[in-house]
Design a protein around this ligand. Structure first.
Ligand code: DSN
Length: 412
């Protein structure tokens, strides 16, 4: 990785970038929302496009000099529409949360009602958490998951009939089962609601046909581009043509100023990469690896919320071990595995402590890990959790993690 100029101009920052690169190379990344993007995507994001103001839409900008920017943004829009089979795409949202905010702004007035998955059951902050704009300015009703870790669609229908929401959101940041978009459409139709699918986590799986697509059923589809899709950090909104103007206006001038055209170029590159046959193989391997990790953990005597995963992630339920998500995420970090603490349904601990750890396989799959490697990872995780006070044991586990990392070099 070439850091020649930063090293010369700002050695202090350059040093931290080098250390972060080394951290990524030497740790097993199991944060389900992270990935390792390609050098081609990084080049686009680090390009001269960062110099350009381009408020507005392609060919309707508030600044001159946008002829090349326009082409790039249109390429990104077309690729997003084609990959996800949607009619319109706005590739300007800086993040998934802002993409969701734009859908709220385009479809509702403050005080209008939304039905979405509860954050502690796997939903997202921007789907109606009381501490987020969505929960502060809208009237939010929530559905959760049942004892099998699944959405209870009959319950969602019942809640929809009771509360008559204007917008229903499906999609989550911690849900390990296939989402039935058709059922959500039927529920939305039953009560005359609009339907938003937030596929931020599963976008790469959807793009590759490894998870069913929401395109036929949803009015709006939002996603981030940096999770399983493996692009730069950012968001995209896709919708039916009839909502295109409302969405575009909500993004700009509604919520954002100048779009990040260097990141939009990175999104375009990632969307191209995701349309290739090798990406399909990659997405299939993500799921195989997640299943192997889940089975490995179950075989080691650990509990997983909802049992076997059907996608790229799972949540370890630590309640029977008497340990917390916060402590065990720190222990995993000591053995060279990065993961995040997460609530489990009906968690007795606070969201800052939690009884769970979320684990996902997009990043390690990018590195080349296969099922056998995931079984070794499961053994390391279980040993670390069951003997978290044994410093010598943890050091040995750290060496085992490092061996796996060295087997699959990253950016070298
Ligand atoms: N923070 C993301 C995640 O980890 O799932 C969601 O935006």
């Amino acid at each position: 990785m070439n850091l020649e100029n930063i090293k010369r101009v700002d050695p202090e920052v350059a040093q931290q970038i080098e250390l972060e690169l080394q951290r990524q190379q030497e740790t097993i990344e199991l944060i389900a929302s992270e990935n390792c993007t390609s050098l081609a995507v990084m080049e686009a994001c680090g390009s001269v496009l960062t110099n350009k103001y381009a408020e507005g839409k392609p060919h309707k900008r508030y600044y001159n000099g946008c002829e090349y920017i326009d082409v790039i943004e249109e390429i990104a829009q077309k690729r997003a529409c084609k990959l996800f089979n949607m009619e319109h795409a706005n590739v300007q949202p800086h993040s998934g949360a802002q993409a969701n905010m734009a859908v709220f702004m385009a479809t509702m007035k403050p005080g209008d009602r939304v039905l979405s998955m509860d954050l502690s059951n796997g939903g997202h902050l921007s789907h109606g958490s009381p501490v987020n704009f969505s929960g502060l300015y809208f009237d939010v009703k929530s559905y959760g998951i049942n004892d099998y870790g699944e959405i209870d669609y009959d319950n969602v229908l019942q809640l929809a009939k009771e509360h008559r929401p204007k917008l229903i959101i499906c999609g989550a940041s911690n849900y390990s089962k296939i989402i039935d978009f058709k059922k959500f459409r039927e529920i939305a139709d039953e009560v005359g609601a609009l339907l938003l699918a937030d596929i931020a986590h599963i976008a790469g799986l959807v793009a590759a046909g490894v998870h069913p697509s929401p395109s036929e059923y949803c009015d709006f589809v939002t996603t981030t581009t940096h999770k399983s899709l493996r692009g730069p950090r950012g968001g995209i909104i896709m919708c039916k043509e009839q909502y295109a103007n409302a969405i575009d206006k909500a993004v700009f001038p509604g919520l954002q100023g100048g779009p990040l055209e260097h990141i939009i170029a990175g999104k375009a590159v990632a969307l191209l990469e995701a349309s290739k046959p090798e990406f399909k193989e990659y997405a299939q391997q993500i799921v195989k690896n997640a299943k192997a990790l889940a089975q490995g953990l179950i075989d080691e005597g650990m509990d997983i919320v909802g049992g076997m995963t059907e996608n790229h992630l799972m949540t370890l339920d630590l309640r029977k071990t008497g340990k917390t998500g916060k402590d065990m995420a720190n222990v995993l970090e000591k053995v060279g595995i990065t993961a995040n603490k997460n609530t489990v349904p009906n968690d007795p601990q606070s969201p800052f402590v939690t009884s769970g750890i979320r684990l996902g396989t997009p990043a390690v799959t990018t590195r080349g890990f296969k099922q056998d490697d995931m079984i070794e990872v499961a053994k390391i995780i279980a040993s670390a959790i069951f003997s978290s006070d044994n410093e010598i044991g943890l050091n040995n586990l750290r060496q085992r993690s490092l061996k796996l990392c060295n087997k699959y070099p990253l950016y070298s």
